[in-house]
Design a protein around this ligand. Structure first.
Ligand code: ZN
Length: 118
């Protein structure tokens, strides 16, 4: 039997916590890491437990994301294939992509000016 979330997404406590996180961090954390300025609309559990929904609602485990980034992260956590696309130089935006871990690309990255999701 599945456990219930420690805070129901419909509860007043979650709504207050969500509003607090969005007020403290109004921009999407993932987009910001790519050099983009995108308003956040969703609050993400960084470490999410899909097994039992025993989500850690501590502030350190919550991040503001835009809806698109939240959907992509959720899909990836469900082992679905997610493509973040590339910047204008062809460098993959996925920080886990092997190209972004190669020493050959260190120092040659430029800020992405456009973001395409495939
Ligand atoms: Zn985003």
């Amino acid at each position: 039997m599945k456990k219930r979330r420690t805070l129901s997404l419909n509860s007043a406590a979650w709504k207050r916590l969500r509003a607090q996180v969005l007020a403290e961090e109004p921009l999407c954390r993932m987009c910001t890491s790519r050099g983009l300025v995108v308003p956040a609309t969703d609050v993400d559990h960084i470490e999410d437990s899909r097994e039992d929904y025993s989500d850690d609602n501590s502030r350190e485990n919550l991040a503001s994301l835009c809806h698109q980034c939240h959907s992509l992260k959720t899909a990836a956590s469900m082992n679905k294939t997610v493509f973040l696309g590339c910047d204008v130089n062809g460098v993959p935006l996925d920080p886990a992509h092997p190209w972004n871990k190669s020493p050959a690309t260190e120092g040659t990255k430029t800020a992405p000016s456009l973001l395409f999701y495939c």
